[in-house]
Design a protein around this ligand. Structure first.
Ligand SMILES: [Zn+2]
Ligand SMILES: [Zn+2]
Ligand SMILES: [Zn+2]
Length: 251
């Protein structure tokens, strides 16, 4: 009998891979890639992967847009020489492209979200997003730390996004985060940003269900109330007094 990933996962997981996940089906037509939710609902993991990727891309273009807008505001304040004027024009051109991509990414996310069958999974997904800090969950903070995002540095950028005026695209750093870029000392090219999306895609659609299960749990499974990591305002006040790495307090 082939080993089941089921036995390797924590019993409290709400998403579990079906038996023979990643193996070919009986007729050798397809690779089996279904997840069970709460033991009784079965979904193709591709449906969940599509949404997670679409959401990442919305976040990425939103973070790029914010970075460019910040740059434009800074350049506006400077007395302009020819070089600044050129940079200013380039930022505006780039912003136009990013805004178009942002629009398209939002359309794609809407299309992918519309594929969630109305029922328990959709209900949990919507309920979770009522809380603007939903993404400050252990799994996603760890993911951001692992990618070298702002959560790895304790600069509060990810936490602060929860209080932004927009609702969609709120979350952890992507390859488009301007704060991460300043920390690195360079910005990723369009091609490099695309590669991070491709890598995410590969991980989520792998024959090994480990990553898709972890992310499905974080994006779709409503945690028990006490598990939602609300960031108390007090943390922000305390931070001003003593420098602390806030995410470590949440883990
Ligand atoms: Zn930061
Ligand atoms: Zn960042
Ligand atoms: Zn983060």
């Amino acid at each position: 009998m082939s080993p089941t990933y089921d036995q390797m996962l924590e019993p409290k997981q709400k998403f579990k891979p079906v038996r023979r996940y990643g193996k070919s089906d009986y007729f050798h037509f397809d690779i089996i890639r279904s997840l069970r939710y709460k033991n009784y609902l079965k979904f193709e993991s591709d449906m969940l992967a599509d949404i997670i990727i679409a959401e990442y891309k919305v976040r990425q273009t939103l973070q790029q847009k914010e970075t460019l807008e910040r740059k434009i505001r800074a350049l506006e304040k400077l007395p302009k020489n020819d070089e600044d004027e050129k940079r200013f024009q380039l930022c505006h051109q780039e912003l136009e492209i990013v805004k178009r991509n942002q629009g398209l990414n939002e359309q794609k996310m809407f299309a992918d979200e519309s594929m969630i069958p109305p029922g328990p999974l959709k209900r949990d997904y919507d309920a979770m997003r009522q809380d603007p800090t939903w993404y400050l969950r252990k799994e996603l903070i760890e993911d951001c730390v692992g990618r070298g995002g702002c959560c790895a540095r304790g600069c509060d950028c990810c936490k602060n996004r929860a209080f932004a005026y927009y609702k969609r695209g709120v979350g952890h750093c992507t390859a488009g985060c301007g704060f991460c870029a300043s920390e690195r000392g360079f910005e990723y090219t369009a091609g490099e940003k695309q590669r991070t999306v491709e890598q995410l895609d590969k991980m989520l659609r792998s024959h090994n269900p480990s990553y898709v299960v972890k992310m499905a749990e974080a994006y779709f499974a409503k945690p028990p109330e006490q598990k939602v990591q609300k960031v108390p305002e007090q943390v922000q006040r305390e931070k001003a007094q003593k420098k602390q790495v806030w995410w470590k307090q949440l883990l």
